[in-house]
Design a protein around this ligand. Structure first.
Ligand SMILES: [Fe+2]
Ligand SMILES: [Fe+2]
Length: 313
């Protein structure tokens, strides 16, 4: 179960070739995905060879294989963590019952909404970040950005697989809509506001990966407990990749702050004009970025008292 079939058009560890209808539907979605990547993925990156990790299996030895790849040739695929034997539901009215391998009719609409909303954030962040490659502070940062982008692309694949496999025609339509919405576009925006904000510079990216990917981690941790077992298994695997996204934010912000503090010590000043002239980002500016990204991210958790949260629990 954990080894990935790379001879299929779509790498997977879900025996895709045994379900021809599903395989065909996903193979029809694949060129549309690639078209989206070419239009909306990292700007000016299509021909560069990037040193990227690709998952070749979900076990600790195989989930991160490094090599040079051109990003449009990245092997996006469908990977689920192995199922836990006799997994039980841990929450709500069905607590103690066996986890669902299929979707009970009464929860279909809610599960669809959860999966679509999660899925929508993945391509959205790629769109938000698409121009940053042009202004990367270093090759190290550029590689990190591209690594995050290809993995967000794979996270979209993970959700589209669930939509296609478990939601029939509705799911296929949602899969198309996920490629049609655009971050920040007035007439067809992404679902959640944080994913419609601009990410115009690298300080924004580092704040985004520090805070918003951390929100992503909380959401994925919640989904990893889902009563719907395939959702739990796919999000568990996504979480292994999310750790690196937060690292990008944390290491980016720490490097900026360290450099600012060094300049403040050297020049014996906290004067913003002098510090900017010395080529560092002053603390009030950092604080403003932090306030913005923190607020926008906290909004993703919704209201303190929420009927949706109660239903989902
Ligand atoms: Fe993601
Ligand atoms: Fe992420």
């Amino acid at each position: 179960m954990s080894s990935i079939n790379y001879s299929d058009k779509i790498p997977n560890n879900v025996n895709l070739s045994e379900d021809r209808t599903l395989q065909r539907a996903l193979e029809q979605w694949q060129p549309n995905y690639l078209e989206w990547w070419n239009d909306m993925g990292p700007d000016g990156s299509q021909n560069s060879e990037v040193y990227l990790r690709t998952a070749v299996s979900v076990d600790p030895q195989g989930w991160a294989q490094f090599g040079h790849v051109k990003m449009p040739d990245y092997r996006w695929g469908i990977f689920l963590n192995p199922g836990e034997q006799d997994r039980k539901i841990h929450f709500g009215d069905h607590k103690g019952e066996a986890a669902w391998q299929d979707i009970p009719g009464e929860y279909r609409a809610n599960l669809r909404r959860i999966i679509v909303t999660q899925g929508d954030t993945e391509p959205a962040s790629v769109e938000q970040q698409r121009h940053l490659g042009q202004t990367a502070p270093s090759l190290y940062d550029l590689r990190n950005l591209y690594q995050v982008n290809v993995e967000e692309g794979r996270h979209l694949w993970a959700m589209v697989y669930l939509l296609h496999k478990y939601f029939g025609r509705d799911g296929r339509e949602e899969g198309e809509a996920l490629l049609q919405r655009r971050s920040g576009q007035a007439d067809n925006p992404r679902i959640l506001q944080a994913f419609n904000e601009a990410t115009p510079d690298w300080l924004s990216l580092f704040m985004f990966t520090y805070f918003t990917d951390r929100d992503g981690k909380f959401q994925l941790c919640a989904l990893a407990e889902s009563s719907f077992d395939p959702l739990a298994r796919t999000t568990k695997f996504m979480l292994t990749e999310e750790a690196h996204h937060m690292f990008v934010g944390e290491s980016g912000i720490s490097r900026i702050i360290a450099r600012t503090c060094a300049a403040m010590n050297e020049l014996k000043t906290d004067d913003t004009v002098r510090l900017r002239a010395a080529g560092v980002i002053d603390l009030p500016t950092l604080q403003r970025y932090l306030n913005f990204h923190f607020s926008v991210t906290i909004d993703l958790f919704g209201a303190d008292e929420s009927s949706n949260a109660a239903i989902f629990y």
